[in-house]
Design a protein around this ligand. Structure first.
Ligand code: SF4
Length: 200
């Protein structure tokens, strides 16, 4: 399987302090996608569900983990590995929110197993209207878990989109629901604050 990044604590893509897992690989290539660097299935990101589990277990042994948010890329392009990973993750938390470019009607029950919340549909740039938790307004939030229904209904009623920037050894990773052209704005701000040298 291919996973490009794991971040903690992610606080803007689901309730609480979450572990965010970014799969890589997505052949959809939606115009304006906020993570085009994750479109390719890059060899350097090859891993296994066991390795991911060991890593997130280490995080959860030392921190509060309220849930997982799995995005990408599109995790459903690696459906079998995703399912295997989810079976491990539920041992830590079964509040698992998954983003996919598929719509729920295209997915099987097996593919939805252990997913508490699914946010579905491809990104359509002209529908980017700051819908909560969604890149564009065609996407839908499906609360599949009865156990977490109240948590998500409350969360969706009182929260609003926010951005969280992580400084990593590979530069700044901006997490959240972004407005169109956010990456151009982010690069400008990074340069202004002297966080990266302008090599152009
Ligand atoms: S489905 Fe998501 S990750 Fe894939 S291209 Fe579209 S916006 Fe990007």
């Amino acid at each position: 399987m291919y996973v490009a990044r794991i971040l903690y604590p992610v606080e803007v893509l689901g309730p609480g302090k979450r572990i965010g897992i970014w799969f890589c690989g997505c052949p959809r290539r939606c115009k304006g996608c906020s993570n085009p660097e994750l479109w390719e299935f890059k060899k350097v990101y090859e891993t296994t569900p066991e390795m991911i589990y060991d890593f997130v277990k280490m995080i959860s042994d030392n921190n509060i983990v309220d849930g997982f948010t799995i995005t990408g890329g599109d995790p459903m392009y690696q459906s079998k590995d995703l399912q295997k990973l989810l079976r491990f993750l539920v041992e830590i938390s079964d509040d698992i929110l998954v983003y996919t470019g598929y719509v729920i009607e295209q997915l099987t029950e097996k593919q939805l197993d252990n997913i508490a919340v699914l946010i579905d549909g491809e990104y359509i740039e002209k529908g980017n209207d700051n819908s909560f938790l969604r890149g564009s307004n065609n996407q839908r939030i499906h609360i599949l878990s009865k156990k977490w229904k109240e948590r998500y209904v409350n969360y969706c009623s009182i929260s609003y989109n926010q951005i969280q920037n992580f400084m990593t050894s590979n530069g700044v990773i901006s997490v959240g629901i972004h407005k169109p052209n956010f990456s151009i704005e982010l690069d400008k701000n990074i340069l202004l604050r002297g966080l990266k040298e302008d090599n152009e």
